[in-house]
Design a protein around this ligand. Sequence first.
Ligand code: NAP
Length: 236
Amino acid sequence: MPKPLEGSVALVTGASRGLGAATAIELAKLGAHCVLTARTQGALEEVDDAIRAAGGQATLFPLDLAKDGEKLDMVGPSIAQRFGRLDILVHAAGVLAKLTPIAHIMPRDWQEAVAVNLSACWRLIRTCDPPLRAAPAGRAVILTDGLVAEPRAYWGLYGFGKAGQEHLAKAWAAEVANTKLRVNLFDPGAVATKLRAMAMPGEDPATLPQPAEVAPQVAALCLPAESRNGEVVRRT
Ligand code: NAP
């Protein structure tokens, strides 16, 4: 029986651990060839091993979203040249950034948060839009956070980037509404990852859902049958 994503190509950012890694493994199990990006080569290789063990295939594309802008610009054209199209984009990379009062944010921390949590999303959309439009049923999913709708004290440095990403994704969804491409956001809620552990060091991660439990919901948004566009889909 053919797998639902057999023959498709998926680009997953933040694929070295947490939700990005789990989603990449899930997409590979559904038949997608996954292009994995993050900074940590060794961790990407471990995800590659897990994908191969599950019978899937991956290509590693290590890059720093904050520093390798020109390399990021080449992602879309490189995928188009090799595969002819991009069927799926999952943007899961993100950085917690310091939890601090707005008035105490230092320029260095502001720049990192802008670079990873906001500018990288724009640049990713810019480079991936053409090959996604070339796919028969292009699907893009951008990971967001519930605090965008409910800003919290001390979370502004993290939250403003996620809010900007949401705005970009919704505007992009409106722009592609008359194409075959569908763009949605996914709010995973609290999940046991490194990012969550840094934010809530006193929390027992065993009380939270694991990334592998949440990943099927992200992968479901990547299926050709998904018809929603411009929505924030929250974990059920
Ligand atoms: P995570 O485990 O900390 O993973 C973050 C990923 O982003 C890693 O693969 C990391 O890879 C990558 N990354 C960070 N900085 C990067 C950079 N400069 N260049 C390239 N890659 C970079 O976090 P997670 O919890 O899975 O988060 C995934 C997404 O879900 C994020 O967008 C987050 O905001 C969102 N989210 C998470 C939760 C939660 O409770 N976990 C809740 C709401 C929303 P390297 O370090 O190898 O580069």
